[in-house]
Design a protein around this ligand. Sequence first.
Ligand SMILES: NC(=O)c1ccc[n+]([C@@H]2O[C@H](COP(=O)([O-])OP(=O)(O)OC[C@H]3O[C@@H](n4cnc5c(N)ncnc54)[C@H](OP(=O)(O)O)[C@@H]3O)[C@@H](O)[C@H]2O)c1
Length: 325
Amino acid sequence: MPSTEPQSQPTTPSQPQSQRQPGNDHDQHIAVIGLGNLGRVLAGTLLDAGYRVTVWNRSAARAEPLVERGARRAETVAEAVAAADLVIVCVLDYAVVRELLTPAADVLAGRVLLNVTSGTPEQVGDIAPWVAAQGASYLDGAVYAVPQTIGTPSAFVLYSGSPAAFTAHRERLELFGSARFTGERPETAAGYDTAILSGMYGMFAGFFHAVALAETYGITAADLTDPLVRWLRDAAAALPGFATEIDAGAYATETSNLDINAAGLASILSASQAQGVPTDLLAPLQSLFTDQLTRGHGADSLARAIESVRGVGGVREEAGVEVAG
Ligand SMILES: NC(=O)c1ccc[n+]([C@@H]2O[C@H](COP(=O)([O-])OP(=O)(O)OC[C@H]3O[C@@H](n4cnc5c(N)ncnc54)[C@H](OP(=O)(O)O)[C@@H]3O)[C@@H](O)[C@H]2O)c1
């Protein structure tokens, strides 16, 4: 893989980054491939910051508003890649990423490819070596923002892959939201993303159950949501403490233990059944608590439920599911 460390001679836009000036100037040329909801905001953010931006999108008309703001529209993906030091790909999925980049393989060498398309670690593990084999540096980005919040203080992006590419382009990456490098393995950011989004969907499951139950008591979703969100913020504040216990494998607690939480959840399930609300979303959590109680851990922290999720001596193992390690 060629060095992504910037050199000190002036160059033309078509030269790859390895031959270009240090990263804190606006001489950097950036390509954005994929101008959907997210990609066009990333491109617009770079234009607003004064960078030279080349754009490509399957539906060419989507490029027009950006061209009016100063972007150059490439006719092909290869033309966009050839124009840029940093190539940002933001499309539907990894099949599209591969489909679009394959015809541009010959012009990837020496450039940085930043892929912010959402995917799994397995998908990143497939594309990253291919990009490296073309002589480009690979960065993966997991975006925690919606298009409307890109560039605002709440936005952040986790990156993994080439440390040199991250360092060289950090100034540009910070335009999208605070930029955090999570590791040299290209798959790491996608690992964070898959895990973080699974936490988000767990929260949504709780919300949907809460709304269905509240409605049976004559409480609207809107009325419920204000106090629910206030309480969830407090509940989320307990997670770093749980994380410390989990990483240490030490679950002794003086406060809210598994016994009290299992009793609380049992009463919620019972109330839900009485109201005719299905318990499918919450009952699996009760199974984890019950598993730990039957193992004699009721006095331990709620965080001990992780031992049953991992399946080490827990419910998955009892169900006959093979457990790694
Ligand atoms: N939107 C967000 O808030 C957000 C946040 C974090 C991460 N992401 C991730 O960012 C990626 C893009 O999201 P988005 O919201 O921008 O999606 P989107 O609005 O649906 O845009 C999808 C993009 O992919 C292109 N595309 C789809 N199929 C294609 C094909 N076969 N060949 C060429 N181009 C194709 C579309 O081109 P056309 O315009 O021609 O259809 C469009 O540019 C996704 O992986 C998403 O998970 C999005």
